[in-house]
Design a protein around this ligand. Structure first.
Ligand SMILES: *Cc1c(COP(=O)(O)O)cnc(C)c1O
Length: 392
């Protein structure tokens, strides 16, 4: 009988979009280890190592660090579900898609959402953000530190300071910063931070790392109503990870992956890792600008993990992306919402952020743009090489 379904063989894509990012070989190896039960002492040993490593990677002394079963959005929903109740006032700073997703979740959980909105990719003025929070006096403030829809890094510190003045908790989305840029939970004063496994940490999607401050835990214990989501209830999750009682069957395989991804951050050193991302980002930007393309986000506000050059006049961004995928097996993303057709979103994250990848990407992009009739002003690759040499 012919074999209708031969063993699966996935293509080897070069993942340079906004996530998933390339998975580190050491992470793949960890994922081939034997599955153990979700209550096995070995599972809890791995969970404890994750707790400890998350403290290091988030730069926090918090003891309540955990991985929620689900992608980054499950971390977002856990943050919203546990720290809002019907009627809670949540002040949202939004300048992109993911901040609006927080707002939509909060609305569904019955919170009263008030917004300070900027256009996609426009930075917040610290003074304006402070005044917004002082005026609104919310119980919770939410912001996206690394806005993946635009490529912008939003400063958390002034927001946290103003929030704490009015005794509000701060939720920060650190999905695209963790493992690639300073998140600095304690230094910034973030109360609840969440992230994912498939961006700066070099793992497949599947878990949402989180950290919760002691202040936030006090607030959690003072809730008037039960958390509406049973699955994402942080106190119930603590009876599992700390109390070793069954709550759900967490994926041992994904825990191995995250443990390994975090161990690799610790081995490299978080500061060295940030510096690697910064250096490669700057070289990539030097290349992009040499080619004559403009960056969407102003200098000083850019993510080191995700670059957003503007699509040059007369170029069809979908055709460029299709060319890269078909010719090079290379994935980058386009913009969406108000930025559809206007920007490329090119990730250099985690295991994928290397000098070789910067040069390879620029060369491929140059070729794809030439195919669309765009003649680069100068060689992007040469400019990036100069920048990398200078940084050495
Ligand atoms: C990717 C992303 C998310 C959602 O994560 P998923 O893993 O896709 O659920 C949330 N916030 C930001 C800023 C992101 O970049």
């Amino acid at each position: 009988m012919p074999q209708l379904y031969p063993p699966l063989e996935a293509p080897k894509r070069l993942l340079f979009g906004p996530g998933p990012s390339p998975v580190a070989p050491r992470v793949y190896q960890a994922m081939q280890q034997n599955v153990v039960g979700h209550l096995d002492p070995f599972f809890f040993q791995v969970a404890d190592e994750i707790r400890e490593l998350l403290g290091y990677v988030f730069s926090t002394a918090n003891l309540r660090n955990l991985a929620v079963s689900g992608t980054g959005s499950s971390g977002m929903e856990a943050a919203v579900a546990n720290f809002t109740e019907p009627g809670t006032k949540l002040a949202l700073l939004t300048n992109g898609f993911f901040a609006d997703r927080i707002g939509e979740m909060a609305r569904r959980h019955g919170a009263e959402v008030t917004r300070l909105a900027k256009s996609w990719g426009e930075p917040f003025d610290a003074q304006e953000a402070r005044e917004f929070i002082r005026r609104e006096r919310p119980q919770v403030v939410a912001l996206v530190q690394a806005e993946t829809s635009t490529g912008m890094y939003n400063q958390a510190k002034p927001v946290c300071e103003a929030a704490h003045e009015v005794d509000a908790l701060v939720i920060a989305d650190c999905v695209t910063s963790l493992g690639g840029m300073p998140v600095l939970v304690d230094e910034n004063g973030i109360d609840i931070a969440y992230s994912c496994t498939q961006k700066g940490l070099g793992c497949p999607p599947g878990l949402a790392p989180m950290t919760i401050s002691p202040r936030a835990l006090e607030r959690l214990r003072a809730r008037q109503t039960p958390v509406q989501s049973w699955y994402l209830d942080l106190e119930l999750l603590d009876t599992y990870y700390s109390g070793h009682k069954y709550h759900h069957t967490a994926s041992a395989t994904m825990f191995y992956a995250l443990r390994e991804g975090l161990a690799m951050v610790a081995e490299e050193g978080r500061e060295n890792r940030w510096e690697r991302h910064r250096r490669n980002h700057l070289a990539f930007v030097a290349g992009i600008q040499a080619m004559g393309l403009a960056m969407h986000v102003p200098e000083g506000h850019r993510l080191w993990t995700l670059n957003t050059p503007r699509v040059p006049e007369g170029v069809d961004d979908a055709k460029v992306r299709q060319y890269l995928l078909e010719r090079h097996g290379l994935e980058i993303a386009g913009g969406f919402g108000p930025l559809a057709g206007k920007i490329f979103r090119i990730g250099l994250m985690g295991y994928g952020s290397t000098a070789d990848n910067v040069l390879m990407l620029l060369e491929a992009l140059e070729e794809a743009l030439a195919e669309q009739g765009y003649q680069p002003v100068a060689s992007g690759k040469a400019a990036a090489e100069t920048a990398l040499d200078r940084a050495r």
